[in-house]
Ligand binder design. Structure first.
Ligand code: MN
Length: 496
């Protein structure tokens, strides 16, 4: 979706002048080699940029200041090769606005038993140098990720990968604009929330446009543009016969294409990264946008239905985080349960708008009536979703804080056809099991709308929540309700 290689993570090594020039030369050479190796690691999707060793309060302040204003810098990795007295870091850390990862590593993997002397010990003392740094970051109550291990270790690279993807999503939110066509679905609670607080906390803004503003753009769409897009539909999807040229519902396909083109113009012209609409406010539109929302999501736009701006923004961030990975990210809703004790499952779907990026195989393009909204039959893509590990993520507004909730699930390939359910759908089993997972979700106040991901894990989402400084609650294999209830109760105090 996005090429994450345009983003930089700065590799900053801390030391001091105490050791003399020769030692500092070695520190610099080692740091450059580590930064270069991380930069070339296939697991890490962003560029890792070596920065000269910082050795004083002034140098540290300057590098933090530069990181703050460098547009492509989405975070910094710090490492204390030797020992960097941490009071030197206070002024810099006080102003640092980019995400921080503390890499607790050392240049050598093994202790060189036969040759080790005091010079070696003096040079390679991250084991305690990093603790001095860790203290001041904790003392200053700054959120950061701590990664421990040798810099060539696969697990270390995986953790840096996850964090840098979270940082890319976080960076994308800063200054992002989301548009809400119409207001929130009437009387619905969880999809609403404090947009002012969200902008303070998350950096993105959400503003409403009347549906008439969008309809005006849709009505400008030319027949030529519609011809081109309907041809693309026919090439890309298994389009049902009645929608094809000469079919008695071909005008519905053209109408759907017109809506997609108009929405795309509106989003591009306004510099929006995502949108929400609601079936209760479609004045002047012939259909509820189905295929339009599905395809715009596939192109990287965040989306959620019924005015749910929080989930729209979350879906966008998840798409940025998952850029370049196999699998997709989609707007999702827990729809219906299969309560068979031998095989309990959740069927996830939405009225229409599940993102094409998670489709297993070629979607079919169909038109069917929609029971609500009172508009013409909307065109939509229908598909199944493959099995495999996945997550559902949700951000809710608890009044005094935002909470991110993640449930790890195992998607299962469908064993039955659903000939009378003409929408995209997914089947999954929540961890630790359906009863506990769903009870935990409800106790934590998780929304019915989620961002569903095939390529992100709860680690990505936790890193992201920590960058945002919000509460993170994970429901996974180890969840038990007794502990979870306590966690929620204790968090209530922590966020007072
Ligand atoms: Mn919904």
């Amino acid at each position: 979706m996005l090429d994450l290689k345009k983003f930089e993570i700065w590799f900053v090594t801390g030391s001091q002048d105490l050791y003399g020039e020769e030692t500092l030369k070695q520190v610099a050479a080692h740091s450059e080699e580590i930064a270069g190796s991380l930069n070339h690691a296939s697991q890490i999707p962003v560029r890792v940029v070596f920065k000269p060793t910082v050795k004083s309060t002034e140098e540290i302040y300057r590098i933090c200041q530069e990181a703050n204003v460098a547009e492509n810098c989405i975070g910094i990795i710090t490492w204390m090769h030797t020992f960097s007295p941490a009071k030197m870091w206070i002024n810099g850390l006080k102003i640092l606005q980019k995400p921080l990862l503390h890499l607790h590593t050392q240049f050598n993997r093994d202790i060189p038993w036969a040759t080790m002397n005091m010079d070696f010990m003096n040079l390679n003392q991250s084991a305690h140098g990093d603790r001095e740094f860790g203290f001041i970051v904790s003392r200053m109550r700054i959120e950061r990720k701590v990664v421990v291990g040798h810099w060539k270790d696969e697990g270390v690279l995986d953790q840096i990968n996850e964090w840098s993807r979270a940082a890319a999503g976080w960076n994308d939110w800063q200054g992002a604009k989301f548009v809400r066509f119409g207001d929130n679905m009437r009387y619905v609670a969880v999809t609403d929330g404090d947009k002012v607080e969200a902008e303070l906390k998350f950096g993105f803004s959400v503003n409403t446009y009347g549906i008439g503003d969008l309809v005006a753009v849709i009505n400008q769409v030319s027949d030529g543009e519609i011809d081109k897009l309907t041809a693309e539909y026919v090439e890309r999807y298994a389009v049902m016969a009645s929608l094809l040229k000469g079919g008695d519902q071909h005008s519905s396909l053209r109408e759907a294409a017109k809506i997609e083109i108009g929405m795309r113009h509106f989003l591009v012209d306004g510099g929006f990264k995502g949108f929400s609409d609601t079936f209760e406010d479609l004045h002047g539109m012939a259909q509820l946008p189905g295929i339009a929302a599905q395809r715009l999501m596939n192109d990287g736009y965040g989306f959620a239905g019924e005015g749910d701006w929080k989930t729209a923004a979350l879906v966008r961030a998840m798409k940025v985080m998952g850029s370049g990975l196999k699998g997709g990210n989609a707007f999702m809703e827990d729809y219906t349960y299969h309560f068979d004790p031998a095989n309990p499952m959740v069927l996830g779907s939405h009225m229409l708008e599940v993102c094409e990026s998670i489709a297993d195989g070629k979607p079919s393009c169909e038109v069917h009536p929609l029971g609500i909204g009172g508009k013409a039959d909307p065109v939509r893509l229908v598909f199944n979703v493959a099995g495999g590990p996945a997550i559902n993520a949700s951000i809710v507004d608890m009044g005094n804080r935002f909470r991110m909730l993640v449930n790890e699930v195992e998607a299962v390939a469908p064993e039955h056809d659903l000939p009378n359910l003409p929408v995209a759908r997914v089947l999954w089993k929540p961890y630790p099991d359906l009863k506990t997972g769903c009870a935990a979700w409800i106790l934590a106040g998780g929304a019915h709308h989620t961002g569903y991901s095939q390529n992100l894990t709860s680690e990505h989402m936790q890193d992201f929540a920590e960058m945002a400084g919000i509460e993170f609650v994970k429901i996974g294999k180890e969840t038990n309700l007794y502990q979870l209830k306590n966690e929620l109760r204790w968090s209530e105090v922590a966020y007072k």
